[in-house]
Design a protein around this ligand. Structure first.
Ligand SMILES: [Zn+2]
Length: 475
């Protein structure tokens, strides 16, 4: 029973199907292909083809009963003309044939016929033997290209399949007897030139044609995955139990990125990035990428809080404030409001006094166990500005964070500004990069005037300084 796709010319020559499938179906003549690629391919044609060809002819399945052979011969006679037309590049030796007759019939050089088929003795050919017919200029036909079978993934088009395997779609169409615009069935076997195959099997993720994911992300840093699809696709993903937020990278609608925040306290080790989508027919398509988390080499410090301050930091107060913040920065707003690097939120003369990620032990409980932001030492009253466009989602005094501002930059990315002496914005206000949002102060749980700058991605605190250096959200 033939599969409902691909090239399935009637077979009457007595060779077994597995063998024939490797050889026929190609059109050696009348091809319009790039000449340089053509010659390159030909130079890659290996002796393996000839070897497997001989192996096929001698295989036990070739030895049929006399009745079978006669039936086959009769059928071959009936199908003589169609076979001629359908099996360009391959010819099955008939009774009375000699190599000279065959060469003459196809108008090809006898030498080339002998060479392409690796024939030792030109006087000995067998009825039923399948010969590769060289082109008129003596080159090996397409059918001589060594191929391996690979299978289509759900949703594959020939173009997507070809792109995944680094092949020309037109060549794959010819090799497999398909129309170049063909849609493929999930699991459909396709012959792919061995020479072009990548060492490891490429992505098999349907509409997804490329995934650029980091091999490793340092604790507290932000990685990013870029996914390219061959059609608009609602992607989903999971990284360290967080749902990924995919955002278009350009106008095509075919490239999306998602940020991969690595929590500062995540154990170093190997983790999995899960990517997928659901097809129009409701079939889930998923694949997993290994992404490691590497140690950030963060220092440790002990923070001593005076008794008066500590007494105001009851666990209930701390928890209520944290819950409030989490409620805000777990939102994902529709539009990304910036691209490119962030601007520094304070004048460059004010240097880092305590970097992100330092492991901290507090003399009061429930405050946290690492430094979730970046501190800039500055006198009270120094201007604090927005690093990028954002919407003010919080602007009020808090117990631990003091006078606080939180900006929503879109797609689950937020920045926070704590311990301000004065707040200069109101909730709902849209700020542009460089706009004043407050003044440095020493309010809340603070041991001296400074700006604490915090950045959250889907609620995960990451090093904001990376956003000054890199275009994390753009091209
Ligand atoms: Zn801080």
């Amino acid at each position: 029973m033939s599969p409902p796709w691909g090239h399935t010319a009637p077979r009457a020559d007595g060779t077994d199907r597995g063998c024939a499938a490797q050889l026929d179906g190609a059109k050696a003549q009348g091809r319009k292909r790039d000449q340089s690629k053509e010659s390159k391919r030909r130079s890659e044609i290996s002796l393996r083809t000839a070897a497997s060809l001989r192996l096929c002819v001698k295989s036990p399945s070739f030895r049929r009963s006399l009745a079978g052979w006669l039936a086959g011969a009769l059928l071959a006679l009936l199908l003589w003309l169609p076979l001629y037309a359908q099996e360009d590049g391959v010819y099955t030796v008939a009774p009375g044939d000699t190599l000279g007759v065959i060469a003459n019939r196809f108008g090809v050089p006898l030498d080339a016929l002998v060479q392409v088929n690796a024939i030792d003795d030109p006087n000995r050919i067998t009825v039923g033997q399948r010969l590769l017919i060289p082109t008129a200029d003596g080159q090996a036909p397409l059918a001589a290209i060594p191929t391996a079978v690979r299978h289509a993934a759900p949703g594959d088009t020939l173009a997507a399949f070809a792109a995944r395997y680094g092949q020309e779609a037109a060549l794959l169409a010819e090799l497999n007897g398909l129309d170049s615009s063909a849609r493929l069935f999930p699991g459909q076997p396709l012959r792919v030139p061995v020479a072009g195959l990548p060492a490891t099997d490429p992505l098999r993720l349907g509409a997804v044609t490329a995934v650029e994911a980091p091999a490793a992300i340092t604790q507290g840093r932000t990685g990013r995955v870029v996914v390219t699809t061959d059609r608009p696709t609602a992607l989903r993903g999971t990284w360290l139990d967080q749902e990924l937020v995919f955002t278009p990278l350009d106008e095509t609608g075919l490239r999306h990125f998602a940020l991969l925040p690595a929590p500062a306290l995540q154990d170093a080790g190997d983790y999995e990035l899960l990517l997928g989508y659901t097809t129009a027919r409701g079939q889930p398509v998923d694949a997993v990428w290994p992404v490691a988390v590497e140690a950030g080499g963060y220092a440790s410090q002990q923070i001593v809080i005076d008794a008066a301050t500590a007494s105001s930091m009851t666990p209930e107060v701390v928890r209520a404030e944290t819950t409030r913040a989490i409620d805000l920065w777990s939102q994902v707003s529709a539009d990304l409001r910036w691209q490119g690097p962030f601007a520094r939120p304070i004048d460059p003369q004010y240097a880092t006094t305590s970097p992100f990620g330092t492991r901290r032990t507090y003399s009061v409980s429930d405050i946290g166990n690492f430094h979730a932001g970046q501190d800039f030492g500055a006198p009270e009253g120094v201007l604090v500005t927005a690093p990028a466009e954002g919407v003010v989602v919080l602007a009020e005094p808090l117990v631990v964070r003091g006078n606080a501002v939180i900006l929503d930059h879109g797609r689950g990315i937020f920045t926070g500004y704590w311990h301000l002496s004065e707040i200069k914005v109101a909730p709902g206000q849209v700020v542009a990069p460089g706009d004043a949002i407050g003044l440095v102060g020493n309010t809340g749980l603070s041991t001296g005037a400074h700006l604490h700058w915090e950045l959250r991605i889907n609620g995960v605190a990451v090093d904001p300084m990376q956003f000054l250096e890199e275009s994390v959200a753009g091209e």
